[in-house]
Write a protein that binds this ligand. Structure first.
Ligand code: ZN
Length: 195
C-alpha cells in the first residue's frame, strides 16, 4: 500500500521531530562518519527579511535529508562563534564583504561567511520566477549553492545528472541554461574539500 518514497518521507518526519535527522541520512546513504560544522546567524545593514524566520528556514535547509547532509556534513546551530557564519545582508553590505568578488545583486561566499542577499531572499530572481518555482525553493537553492562554495565547490555550467536537473553549483539565480530548477545538491556534487 505505501510506496517506499512515502515510507521514507514519513520516517523522516518522525525522526526530524526527534531531532535525529542525521540518523536517517546515515542509514539511507551509508555514511559512517559525519563532519560537524557549527553555524550561527546574523544580519548586516538594513534588511527586510525577518532574522528569526531566516534562521528557522536555514536550519530546515541544513537538516533536510535532500541537502548537504548527504555529503556527510552535519550542521549544528550555535548562538555565536560558529565555524560558518550565515549572514542576511543588505545589497551594499554583500558587496562590502569583497568589493572585487561580491556583487550587490547576488549572494556571495567569503569564508567563513555565507552571505545571503536580502533582495534575493525576499524576491528570488527572474530565472526562478519564470520557472514557476516558489520563493521557498529559491531560498533553498541559494543557501545550498552558497554553502556549496563554503564546502569547496566551484561553479558548474551544464546539467548532466537527474534528467537535466540543474546542479546546485550552477548559477541558477542568473540562468538555468535549459536545465530544470533544482534546489538540492545532485549525486555527483556530494563531496567536500574544506572540512
Ligand atoms: Zn556561486
Amino acid at each position: 500500500m505505501f510506496s517506499g518514497i512515502l515510507t521514507l518521507a514519513m520516517s523522516a518526519e518522525l525522526l526530524k521531530a526527534q531531532n535525529d535527522i542525521a540518523e536517517i541520512s546515515r542509514n539511507a546513504y551509508g555514511i559512517s562518519d559525519y563532519k560537524v560544522v557549527t553555524w550561527d546567524v546574523s544580519s548586516r545593514g538594513d534588511v527586510n527579511g525577518d532574522l528569526d524566520e531566516f534562521k528557522t528556514i536555514v536550519e530546515d535547509i541544513y537538516n533536510d535529508p535532500r541537502g548537504w547532509i548527504r555529503a556527510g556534513v552535519k550542521f549544528e546551530y550555535v548562538e555565536s562563534g560558529g565555524q560558518l557564519h550565515v549572514v542576511l545582508a543588505s545589497p551594499t553590505d554583500v558587496e562590502a564583504f569583497s568589493p572585487s568578488g561580491c556583487s550587490a545583486e547576488w549572494s556571495c561566499t567569503v569564508r567563513p561567511y555565507v552571505i545571503i542577499n536580502d533582495d534575493r531572499w525576499m524576491g528570488a530572481t527572474v530565472s526562478y520566477q519564470e520557472a514557476g518555482e516558489s520563493l521557498l525553493n529559491y531560498r533553498r537553492m541559494v543557501v545550498n549553492h552558497e554553502t556549496g562554495h563554503w564546502l569547496g565547490h566551484d561553479h558548474i555550467t551544464t546539467c548532466t545528472d537527474y534528467e537535466n536537473w540543474a546542479p546546485i553549483m550552477m548559477q541558477q539565480s542568473i540562468d538555468l541554461r535549459g536545465c530544470k530548477a533544482n534546489p538540492w545538491p545532485t549525486e555527483s556534487e556530494l563531496w567536500t574539500s574544506t572540512i
